[in-house]
Design a protein around this ligand. Structure first.
Ligand code: PEP
Length: 255
């Protein structure tokens, strides 16, 4: 499939930054700068910012995502948030399996899979993050790691459901480190992910999936990264907190 026919998505991952009033102010700066974007624009924000963010972006082209969700509909899961709660406030996307969740909060491929299936069942669009550690890259097992994550994280996800899945390739060594994968490295792994999807589903289904790159993407390197055939936009951490930088990345993906 022609890359131009796939939907490029630039999504900000705000992590644990911005209070509701700060979120409103930042979105107020971002909205006019991305109004003519020719790609999808998303801000994934902390739970307590969701209502303010959805209110601030009403009637604009900026969509709002959450940074995680639980798989159960309700119950004794102190501190967790259900898909129903996210849906009711108007959330459309949800980041799942981010490496910080895997590294610091015990997230596994099994729980990422449970969350992914629950999100899809609720009508949310999961942005499923996969990526290798530096050590794994150095041991030359990047493809094994990614193949395993793709297979497990998408276990029991149907071809129909895959249409609502976004994959974010985020090499862990490049997240928040200022170290970006080269455009060729990003392309190589994004193409590998697409090939894995083709094996698990079929080529048409794989060709339609948006595969983002994430890892220190910024206004300086976005052009080259998003120009690659299999890189359909980006998941942006640090640079998504600065309106001008985020808007410049959106512009790069709109070309
Ligand atoms: C991220 O949090 O998903 C990310 C890619 O962060 P950064 O852009 O800061 O590396």
């Amino acid at each position: 499939m022609d890359k131009a026919k796939r939907k490029a998505i630039i999504a900000g991952n705000w992590k644990m930054n911005k209070t509701p009033s700060e979120a409103k102010a930042l979105l107020g700066e971002i909205i006019p700068l991305v109004a003519d974007a020719d790609c999808e624009v998303i801000a994934c924000v902390p739970y307590v910012d969701l209502a303010a963010a959805i209110d601030a972006t009403a009637g604009t082209n900026v969509k709002i995502g959450a940074e995680n969700c639980h798989w159960a509909e309700s119950g004794a899961f102190t501190g967790e948030i259900s898909t129903g709660m996210l849906k009711e406030v108007g959330v459309e996307y949800v980041v799942l399996g981010h490496s910080e969740r895997r590294q610091y909060f015990g997230e596994t491929d099994e729980t990422v899979n449970k969350r992914t299936k629950a999100a899809l069942a609720a009508g949310l669009k999961p942005i499923v993050c996969v990526g290798e550690l530096l050590w794994e890259r150095e041991c030359n097992i990047t493809e094994e790691v990614i193949a395993r994550q793709i297979k497990l994280d998408l276990w029991d996800v149907s071809k129909e459901e895959l249409k609502n899945v976004v994959i974010a390739y985020e090499p862990v060594w490049a997240i928040g480190t200022g170290k970006t994968a080269t455009a060729d490295q990003a392309e190589e792994v994004c193409a590998f992910i697409r090939a894995q999807l083709a094996k698990l589903y079929d080529q048409d289904a794989a060709d339609a999936v948006t595969i983002q790159y994430g890892g220190s993407m910024n206004d300086q390197n976005a052009d080259e990264l998003v120009s690659k055939t299999n890189v359909d936009g980006g998941l942006i951490g640090g640079a998504s907190l600065v309106a001008e930088k985020f808007a410049a990345i959106v512009k790069a993906a709109s070309k």
